[in-house]
Design a protein. Structure first.
Length: 219
């Protein structure tokens, strides 16, 4: 089976798997990550097929959405195709390594293709789209928008990041505002700058409307 057919079947699988998803990790999010990833790959290099497959499958097995691990779910799907073991491992590793795991966790993929997909996913987590997705996810888990008595957490482990109660506004400080400086590629870093500025502007308006002093990071 040629690569175009494999990508087409993968896209159909993802559309079915994420149909009705309402946390901000829907199929359109995945397509935006694919678009970002191919833009980055064109500038940065790497294996285009692995990048596109990794981007399509990057949320399969995400701890927020699935009970099973990425390796198990993606391995089962890739068995449908005649891919070499190295290629399969490259695609699975992207899904295992792409996620943000907490402020103190310096996760970094071990391949250029993984770095590209991680940057592509992070670009969709910031800026105007990132803000919309953040509030969508917060609402889906009944998380409060803001609580002046609940401060952001440093998250010293992935388990703490997954389980500790927070607010949607805190999520900006616990993750989103960190992503600009954690981009892997030059192209990703450049694209993140304007989106980061937009989030800063949003937060300044948010605190202004509440008549609260700005956190020091926004001054």
């Amino acid at each position: 089976m040629d690569k175009t057919s494999i990508i087409g079947q993968t896209r159909n699988y993802i559309q079915r798997l994420f149909k009705g998803e309402g946390t901000g990790h829907d199929y359109l999010h995945i397509e935006r990550v694919v678009t970002n990833a191919l833009q980055l790959q064109k500038a940065e290099g790497g294996d285009r097929f692995v990048v596109e497959m990794g981007a399509l499958l990057h949320d399969v097995g995400d701890h927020k959405l699935f009970d099973k691990e990425p390796r198990e779910l993606i391995s089962e799907f890739l068995e449908n195709f005649d891919l070499g073991s190295d290629q399969q491992e490259a695609i699975i590793s992207i899904a295992e390594q792409v996620s943000f795991k907490g402020k103190q966790q310096k996760e970094k993929p071990d391949s250029l293709e993984g770095e590209i997909v991680q940057d592509a996913d992070r670009l969709d987590a910031i800026g105007a789209i990132g803000i919309a997705r953040t509030f969508t996810y917060g609402g889906s888990i009944n998380q409060p928008i803001f609580d002046p008595e609940l401060n952001p957490t440093e998250h010293n482990s992935f388990e703490e990041y997954k389980k500790k109660r927070s607010t949607t506004i805190n999520h900006f400080y616990e993750k989103l505002l960190l992503l600009k400086d954690r981009m892997n590629t030059i192209t990703g870093k450049n694209l993140a700058v304007e989106r980061h500025k937009f989030m800063i502007g949003f937060l300044k308006h948010f605190y202004s409307e509440l008549d609260l002093n700005l956190p020091s990071v926004l001054k």
